[in-house]
Design a protein around this ligand. Structure first.
Ligand code: ZN
Length: 674
């Protein structure tokens, strides 16, 4: 006799399939009793009574679940006491059975939208079982996969590994420079391995962390206990068991100079700020007030939250890489050491924390289905980053204004710079906005040279303009009764939940917008994503009652950017982006410098026969307005010197927004605190 199992219930069928693939499989007896399972023999002659059938079915499930075990619990101990030497040691204990144990080093890093896990910095790998060293080999088709040979009779493998954190300044997001003599950020994905066959949600990690003597710490990862070593001052933290998803989503900031600033209660919201000096942690009181406003304004925008508590992990250092990375319950944001205390630096970085905070709603809770991957090895698809990052960029700027981190004038100046830069991006002619998202996993790592022709991850900036446009359309179509805030409440808001992922598709975005106000949103976004210009999409700026213009006086934000990031902006006059030292980082196709033969990578040596400086160049642009002689630029290119003549007489040009009095001022309305 042979028999087959027929399953009437589609849900059970899915559960059974998952079980066969090795995921968690626990079907209680009472569930077996509720589902319709029929056993028939191949002749159809045998009829069994229902009670007996159910008994056999449950036995079958029991035997299935005994070979597809419950997900393992991994313990991990990270020794960060050598952080100033920029090496981190980790030890893991991983349940295993005889045969091949396949382990993964996280490859696709959430929020980085790319296979950016620093596997090149993984060193000191050693596997043992019962004290004996085990053989291992890297997978030939995927360098992030390690195969360990587990001998018979063993049920646990001990792993040792080191993370070699960049020793000199290096970019690359969380894989870039992350430790100094005084502070460090620990990203758990960089110091662990995980076993194949499980979703990151299903694996449990019990983590312990040891810190350098007298270093304090901040993290959203719930703590079980903290012990301090009386002799050497080293702190050891034991965290509560957490899923691998939560662990990787909860970095730890640590340092000698660490300040905790409470921003709100219920849910508890705080800043944990580590700096390379105590002085960097003492900005004017109004700075903390503005960040308190940020939490209040975000609450009013979304009307609910999706974290248990929230930590802004802020690094202030000139030696760690500068970027921001979002998490459900925290963000890992890194700026200059004087990024809070220096007025100019503070203004230029003011939008960073609002952006990363918005991601808790837009990106972590609501996430494009193509980015909601079950583990860190499955490739991510970046096609909806125009919502994930673009909407976040727009809302981040709105909240920057509403929380008074910048004045409305300053936010508007930033918007003018965004619009003007896109207006001088001829690459829009060949690469549409959708392709900047589709190719994001490469474009995040693109060089600065040829930026305006190659294009970069423009879905941040171009979609700031596009979501403003959408906001304006909602306000116009609803005659001022609805705004994009209503979309945020509908799409990202109530009910409040702990961290969870609610995936969405393009259709979901279109449908939600239509629930706010009926409009051809599909047509709108399709046009915005596939449009080739020419010029930037300015419908939102113009619809909100403002116009993009150029004059000879740079805005406060323009000058601030130049001094903060050490570049000279003559993009809108002769079409050159250059560093303070004269190195040309980009030239804009079709503009005077490119037409004369100048390209990225060359170096400006002299202007009209006199040694180059920013002032000399600006003076020459001004003087050229009233003359007819060409602007002469002596340029060095691969050891050769050549003078290029530019027939340019337009003077200096810098972007601004000015009011269009024929229309209502919606932009100022959008920027007003709620
Ligand atoms: Zn972002």
């Amino acid at each position: 006799m042979s028999f087959s199992v027929y399953v009437d219930d589609a849900i059970l069928h899915r559960a059974l399939s998952v079980g066969l693939l090795g995921a968690k499989m626990e079907i209680p007896v009472k569930f077996c009793k509720r589902i319709g399972i029929r056993f028939i023999d191949t002749t159809g002659a045998l009829k069994m009574k229902l009670s007996r059938i159910l008994g056999v079915a449950c036995l079958l499930f029991f035997s299935l679940s005994s070979w597809s075990a419950t997900p393992p619990t991994v313990t991990i101990f990270v020794d960060a006491t050598s952080a100033p030497r920029k090496i981190f040691h980790a030890k893991l204990k991983i349940p295993a059975s005889a045969g091949d144990l396949t382990l993964y080093y996280p490859k696709w890093i959430p929020g980085e939208h790319a296979p950016a896990g620093p596997v090149i910095d993984l060193a000191g790998l050693k596997f043992t079982a019962s004290g004996k060293t085990l053989k291992w080999r890297r997978d030939l088709l995927d360098g992030f996969t390690i195969h360990v040979e587990v001998p018979a009779g063993e049920n646990e493998v001990s792993a040792e590994l080191d993370l070699l954190s960049p020793a000199t300044f290096e970019g690359g997001f969380s894989a870039g420079s992350s430790a100094t003599d005084k502070m460090a950020v620990i990203s758990w994905n960089q110091v662990l391995l995980y076993p194949k066959g499980w979703k990151s949600d299903d694996l449990t990690y019990v983590a312990r962390l040891k810190l350098p003597a007298n270093w304090k710490f901040g993290t959203a990862l719930p703590i079980a206990s903290t012990t301090g070593d009386q002799l050497n001052g080293e702190t050891q933290i034991t965290f509560q068991p957490a899923s691998l998803t939560t662990l990787v989503d909860s970095p730890v900031i640590t340092g000698e100079f660490l300040k905790v600033v409470k921003l709100a209660d219920e849910p508890s919201t705080e800043m944990d700020i580590a700096a390379d000096s105590a002085a960097a942690l003492a900005p004017p009181q109004e700075v903390w007030d503005h960040y308190k406003n940020l939490v209040e304004q975000a609450d009013k925008l979304f009307g609910a939250h999706h974290y248990r508590d929230y930590h802004f992990l802020l690094s202030l250092s000139d030696h760690v890489v500068h970027f921001g990375l979002e998490h459900h319950e925290s963000n890992d944001s890194r700026i200059d050491e004087r990024g809070l205390v220096d007025d100019t630096a503070r203004k230029k970085e003011a939008g960073l924390l609002p952006h990363e905070y918005v991601h808790s709603w837009n990106g972590k809770y609501r996430r494009p289905a193509d980015l909601a991957t079950p583990d860190y090895q499955q490739p991510m698809q970046d096609d909806l980053l125009w919502v994930y990052e673009g909407l976040t960029q727009y809302l981040g700027e709105v909240l920057t204004a509403r929380s008074s981190l910048l004045t409305p004038d300053q936010v508007r100046d930033d918007l003018a710079l965004t619009a003007a830069a896109l207006d001088h991006t001829p690459g829009r002619g060949w690469r549409n906005l959708q392709d900047t998202a589709d190719a994001a996993q490469q474009l995040y790592f693109a060089p600065q040279a040829w930026h305006s022709w190659r294009r970069g991850v423009d879905f941040y900036d171009e979609d700031t303009l596009n979501w403003l446009w959408a906001d304006v359309i909602i306000r116009q179509q609803s005659k001022g009764k609805k705004t994009l805030d209503d979309f945020c409440k509908l799409f990202h808001g109530a009910p409040s939940t702990p961290p969870m992922v609610k995936p969405y598709t393009f259709d979901d975005v279109v449908n939600a917008l239509n629930q706010v106000v009926s409009y051809d949103w599909r047509g709108f976004w399709t046009e915005r994503l596939t449009n080739h210009g020419p010029g930037a999409p300015l419908g939102g700026i113009e619809g909100s009652g403002w116009k993009l213009v150029y004059d000879e006086v740079p805005s406060e934000m323009e000058r601030g950017g130049e001094s903060n990031w050490h570049f000279i902006d003559v993009k809108y006059s002769i079409g050159i982006d250059l560093r303070e030292n004269g190195t040309i980082t980009d030239t804009i196709e079709g503009m005077p410098a490119a037409q004369a033969g100048i390209g990225p990578g060359m170096k400006l040596i002299a202007v009209n026969g006199r040694q180059y400086s920013a002032e000399i160049l600006r003076d020459a642009l001004k003087a050229g307005k009233s003359g007819t002689a060409p602007l002469e630029l002596l340029v060095e290119n691969t050891d050769y010197y050549k003078t290029y003549k530019l027939d340019y007489h337009g003077g200096e040009r810098y972007p601004h927004l000015v009011r269009d009095d024929s229309k209502p001022d919606l932009l100022s309305e959008i920027y007003k605190a709620k």
